[in-house]
Design a protein around this ligand. Structure first.
Ligand code: RP5
Length: 164
């Protein structure tokens, strides 16, 4: 088993159905990853340990998903210099707008790349991680190109279908 290049963390196991979308992308592209529940406010020591050891353990980026007062991505980014990709999980009370604002409104100096609310955001965070890794891995860049080509072909096919 190769050591993980991407870490997926989430504030609660209830976030997994969303973050699973990122995991599926990484799996499909053959990118080794790990997944873990790490809560900024319920397991702060675990978050500290995770974030401060991420880079020396070989992780190239961290996908961090959380909902509500979603400080997990920002806190993670404050303790590591590897890129943090924030996924706002759709919350029950405010449909994820709270999560989005908590993640996207980082003060200048500590960036978190912020994605769309929910499943699309997690999927795109997975693809973004692949895209970053593809800079150093030509084989992965080829796979990404094939993925895009397939997507394009699908749209063109659907166009042909409605023109019948
Ligand atoms: C956040 O609170 C988690 O990221 C989750 O989205 C939200 C609700 O957590 P649970 O009450 O489902 O554990 O910390």
């Amino acid at each position: 088993m190769s050591s993980p290049l991407v870490g997926i963390i989430m504030g609660s196991s209830s976030d997994w159905p969303t973050l699973e979308n990122a995991a599926r992308v990484l799996q499909d592209f053959g990118v080794p990853f790990e997944k873990k529940v790490v809560s900024a406010h319920r397991t702060p020591q675990l978050l500290y340990d995770y974030a401060t050891t991420a880079q020396p353990r070989g992780l190239k980026c961290i996908i961090a998903g959380a909902g509500g007062a979603a400080h997990l991505p920002g806190m993670t980014a404050s303790m590591t210099t590897i890129p943090v990709l924030g996924v706002p999980v759709q919350s029950k009370a405010l449909s994820g707008v709270d999560s989005l604002y908590s993640i996207v409104q980082m003060p200048g100096g500590i960036p978190v790349a912020t994605f769309a609310i929910g499943n699309a955001g997690a999927l795109n965070a997975g693809l973004f991680a692949v895209s970053m890794l593809a800079n150093e891995q030509p084989e992965l860049a080829e796979k990404l190109k094939a993925f895009r080509d397939k997507q394009t072909a699908k749209v063109l096919e659907s166009q042909a279908e409605i023109e019948k």
